[in-house]
Each structure stands twice: as structure tokens, then as C-alpha cells.
Design a protein around this ligand. Structure first.
Ligand SMILES: Cc1ncc(COP(=O)(O)O)c(C=O)c1O
Length: 408
């Protein structure tokens, strides 16, 4: 081989990212490419939900009629007119926006998470999370040296009693407590929704121990069943919640439009961090998103997503009921894109994955979603992307394999 490569090139890589490795699971899942494998491993919305015709029309109009602005650089915090529309949209959806709040448009909510990590987390700061939780958030916080302390979940979301015990213990040990990161509605990967009582309790804990709360909420806009969810942002009385949202699941992820809403001081900090990352999110996407919201395309997409995902979720639940062995259990999510399953004790889902791929089915082993270890018998199953026929057949294949392993 000519030129620099492999180990030799490592000396050029900054220490801060040297610890980041391509995930071994991602490597394993590469084996599924080009093979007859039904994959429950992804997290993609169903493209059927994308309002293609309408978005094409909006994009054409925006470019031809407002191209001078829409194709131009724009402010780091986002296009001012869009930020106003967004705030109205959030208020209409029961998200409280106070006079002390501000909003920044980000490149998906993933960037908002990154900006939170970059501007608020120092090495050694404690970040409290649910266990399991969103892997890409863990990776962000890990990159900035966070120390994780987690609380388990049950069907009512994060067990806040346990959270309180752990916060209290960490405070007594003199650790630097920084924030609670939570996905209260249709949790990824857990598929559970936090009860109102626990939401209130979580905010009480945050107040008592002076913690910030990062509420990650990509899923509450399209729950499939009526659920009484009030965002933490709306319940918050002390201005300590930073609320993250996204158009990825309620319009189209390819637009890469997300946002952070929170106290002005926090948004200004994120804005400074964002300046160095990408100057601003795509102006064109912001104009398209603004018009899409104004014309009701989000409501339309949400309506369609609800119908399609509910049918797919039900199909997956029904097939699991039929094919999964005794001793396994799973969540019944009211929204989101995932079911979280617990295989019978003793089955290591990571070790099982190559065999599952051989049998033509893939999933994400759950252990890497647990910040402090555990979850070896768990798996995350995506139901939004595969077709109903694939869902049934994939669960059949997986169920038979689990039955063999469990000896039932
Ligand atoms: C809980 C959670 N937060 C954030 C994101 C990031 O999404 P996006 O950057 O597309 O808004 C996702 C994506 O699946 C997610 O599940």
C-alpha cells in the first residue's frame, strides 16, 4: 500500500476522538447488505409518509419566489421568520414557550444534542439518563467526557424514585451534577412513555439538586393512541428545561431540521457553539419547512404516519405473540418507531446476531443502549421501515431462533 494508512496514520488523529471506534454492531449489520435479510435494525421512517408532490411544489415556489433569501446564508440561530412560525407550531402542540425562552434551528435534533454536549458538559460532569437510552446521545455526551449515572425504566418511563436516590448519592459524593437527559414520550429504545406523576417528580428532583433537564422529544407528535402527555418543558416552573424537537419523523429526515427551545442564556451558548460547527442550518430547508408547516403538510404527514405505524406496530406485536418463546417480553409502544424486547434470561442477543443474520433477520442488540452495562438479553426492533409482510416473516424467523436457544 502506498501513502499513509492504518496504525501509522493514527498519530494524526486528535486524542479527543481516538477513543471513538466504528461500532462493532454496525460492522456486523454490514453483513446484511445485498442479502435476503429482513432488517429490524434501522430506524428509518416509512418513505410512504413523505409528502413528495407537495414538498416538490413548495421547494419550487420557495426557490423561484423567495430564492434571494432561501438560497442565501442566514443567521446562526435560524431564519427569523421560520423561528417565529416554529414557536407558533410548538405552542399549538402544547409546548410552553415563555418570554424568557429562545429557539435555535439545528441540523436535526442530533446537532442540538451535540451542541448541548459541546457547550454544557465538562469532563467529569454527571449526566443522568434512562437505562436504556438513545445511543447517539450517549456517544455525544461520552465524547465530552460525561460520567453517566442512570435509572431503569418500566412501562411508566424512567423510575424517578431510583433517579432521586442516585442523584442524592452522587451529590453526597461531591460529584459535579449537570443535567438529566430524558426521552419522556415513546422512549428510544425502550418504547415507554413517562407518566405525568413521574414527569412532575423528575422536575422536582431537578429543582432540588439544581440540575438542567434536556428533554428529547422527536416522537410525541404522532402517538398512535390517545395519551395524555404534557411535555416537561410545559410543566417546568423554573426555566431549567431545554426542549429538543425535530421534523425528521413528522415531515422528512432528509430536510435535517431540528431545534432547541429553552432559556435564552442556554440558546445563546448553543448558538456560539453552532457558529463554529456549520454557521447555520440549510436556509433552503428552513424555508421549505416553514411553508410546509404553514400549509398543513406536517399535520397531513402525522395523520398518515399514525395510520401506517399503528398497523405495523400491531402486526409486529401480533407476530411476537405468536412466535416468541415463553420467558420473553416486550414493550407496547404508543408511538415512535421501535419495540424493545427482552429475550429469555441467558440469551445473549449480541452473540446471537450473526446466527440471526444467517437465518435472514437482523436487529440491534440492546446492551449498547445501557450506559452502565446490562441488557445483554435485550434487542431493539424497528417496525416503521419494513413492510407488513416482512415484519411477520422476520419475527417468525427470529422467534424460531429464540425458541431453539431457549429450548422451549
Ligand atoms: C431520541 C432521538 N433523539 C434524536 C434523534 C435524532 O434525530 P434527527 O437528528 O433526525 O432529528 C433521534 C433519531 O432517531 C432519536 O431517536
Amino acid at each position: 500500500m502506498s501513502g499513509l494508512g492504518g496504525e501509522e496514520a493514527r498519530k494524526f488523529v486528535a486524542k479527543r476522538v481516538q477513543g471513538i471506534r466504528a461500532s462493532e454492531i454496525r460492522e456486523l449489520l454490514k453483513l446484511t447488505e445485498g442479502r435476503d435479510v429482513i432488517s429490524f435494525a434501522g430506524g428509518l421512517p416509512d418513505p410512504e409518509t413523505f409528502p413528495k408532490e407537495e414538498l416538490a411544489e413548495v421547494a419550487r415556489e420557495v426557490i423561484l419566489q423567495r430564492g434571494e433569501q432561501a438560497l442565501q446564508y442566514s443567521p446562526t440561530k435560524g431564519v427569523t421568520e421560520f423561528r417565529r412560525v416554529l414557536q407558533g407550531f410548538l405552542r399549538d402542540n402544547n409546548v410552553k414557550v415563555t418570554v424568557d425562552d429562545d429557539v435555535i434551528v439545528t441540523t436535526g435534533s442530533q446537532e442540538a444534542l451535540y451542541l448541548v454536549g459541546k457547550s454544557l458538559v465538562d469532563p467529569g460532569d454527571v449526566v443522568f439518563t434512562e437505562s436504556p437510552t438513545y445511543l447517539a446521545a450517549l456517544n455525544v455526551f461520552r465524547q465530552f467526557g460525561a460520567r453517566f449515572i442512570s435509572a431503569p425504566i418500566d412501562e411508566d418511563g424512567m423510575k424517578t424514585e431510583i433517579l432521586e436516590e442516585r442523584v442524592k448519592k452522587a451529590a453526597a459524593e461531591g460529584l459535579r451534577l449537570k443535567l438529566i437527559y430524558t426521552i419522556p414520550t415513546s422512549q428510544n429504545p425502550g418504547g415507554v412513555t413517562m407518566s405525568l406523576e413521574r414527569r412532575k417528580h423528575l422536575l422536582e428532583i431537578a429543582e432540588r439538586y439544581d440540575l438542567l433537564v434536556v428533554e428529547d422529544d422527536p416522537y410525541s407528535f404522532f402517538t398512535f393512541e390517545p395519551v395524555d402527555v404534557v411535555p416537561l418543558k410545559t410543566l417546568d416552573k423554573s426555566g431549567r428545561v431545554i426542549y429538543l424537537g425535530s421534523l425528521s419523523k413528522i415531515l422528512a429526515p432528509g430536510l435535517r431540521i431540528g431545534w432547541a427551545l429553552g432559556p435564552s442564556w442556554a440558546i445563546t451558548t448553543l448558538e456560539l457553539a453552532k457558529q463554529a460547527v456549520d454557521l447555520h442550518s440549510s436556509t433552503l430547508s428552513q424555508y421549505v419547512a416553514m411553508e410546509a408547516i404553514r400549509r398543513g403538510l406536517v399535520e397531513k404527514t402525522v395523520g398518515k404516519a399514525r395510520r401506517i405505524y399503528k398497523a405495523k406496530r400491531d402486526m409486529m406485536l401480533e407476530a411476537m405473540e405468536e412466535y416468541f418463546p415463553e420467558g420473553s417480553s416486550w414493550t407496547r409502544p404508543v408511538g415512535g418507531l421501535f419495540i424493545f424486547a427482552y429475550a429469555p434470561e441467558g440469551i445473549d442477543t449480541k452473540a446471537l446476531l450473526p446466527e440471526a443474520v444467517e437465518r435472514g433477520v437482523a436487529y440491534v442488540p440492546g446492551a449498547s443502549f445501557f450506559p452502565e452495562g446490562g441488557g445483554e438479553n435485550t434487542m431493539r426492533l424497528n417496525f416503521s421501515y419494513p413492510t407488513p409482510v416482512q415484519i411477520r416473516e422476520g419475527i417468525r424467523r427470529l422467534g424460531l431462533l429464540l425458541k431453539e436457544k431457549a429450548g422451549r
